[in-house]
Design a protein around this ligand. Sequence first.
Ligand SMILES: NC(=O)c1ccc[n+]([C@@H]2O[C@H](COP(=O)([O-])OP(=O)(O)OC[C@H]3O[C@@H](n4cnc5c(N)ncnc54)[C@H](O)[C@@H]3O)[C@@H](O)[C@H]2O)c1
Length: 274
Amino acid sequence: MNYGLLKGKRGIIFGALNEQSIAWKVAVKAVEEGATITLSNTAIAIRMGQVNELAKQLNCEVIAADATSYEDLEEVFKRSQEVLGGKIDFVLHSIGMSPNVRKGRAYDDLDYNMLNKTLDISAISFHKMLQAAKKLDTLAEYGSVVALTYMAAQRTVFGYNDMADAKSLLESIARSFGYVYGRERKVRINTISQSPTMTTAGSGVKGIDKLFDYAERLSPLGNASAEECANYCVVMFSDLTRKVTMQNLYHDGGFSSMGMSLDAMATYEKGLED
Ligand SMILES: NC(=O)c1ccc[n+]([C@@H]2O[C@H](COP(=O)([O-])OP(=O)(O)OC[C@H]3O[C@@H](n4cnc5c(N)ncnc54)[C@H](O)[C@@H]3O)[C@@H](O)[C@H]2O)c1
């Protein structure tokens, strides 16, 4: 169903790698809802992934940028304004990577150079994005910036490793910058805390299949899919949420508020009998 929620709006979507990517679904949905967009990812992701196919499908430009490079991000904003013909109304930060997770380093055996990379790519890039956008005065009044996060920022999840620290920082940046950008330019900044989702980044998390299943069973509404996350992002980009800012918004079928469910209780009792 198409509601025209983003009719006439201009946006930038960071982080679409392949069809599984949450950013991919957001890009498709945003265009369906009437937006014109640009896409951005690293040069290597553009070469190795399928983002060019998406660009063809959506008739939009891809701008290469390493999100840890302030200059690259400035370029994305400048070029996007040129291509789209005006100030930007929404931005999606859908970027995450931990070299420690990739190399299987345990949380009590972190490599600190890698930790710096995790934080830079997955969290500080958000600050760089916002700072570049503000200095260039690229975002329209009541523009909306959303970053994707995960509940391991609040509660310890086995296997999530240093990405939990990165997500805590990401959410904090959304609040701190949300205050400054809201006060001075009426730009809103939020994070959406998404259910476990089977994507390239998701599959890097140790035991993701079990985590996915556990969350699915414990959430009264079940896990939120990438498509459903895209719907929520569109609402957050739209004018229907003009006074929502500095929030961490759970999009997880109720998981984050659950303690014990009927099913889990029965499974637990059965386990004890065994
Ligand atoms: N998959 C999940 O279970 C899940 C749950 C909650 C939140 N998230 C978050 O959603 C976001 C998107 O992840 P996804 O699950 O769609 O996986 P994905 O692998 O499709 O997307 C991650 C993206 O980050 C990009 N990226 C990595 N390093 C970069 C850099 N230096 N500069 C620019 N881009 C870079 C990758 O190229 C890729 O496009 C991430 O922030 C992730 O942490 C994912």
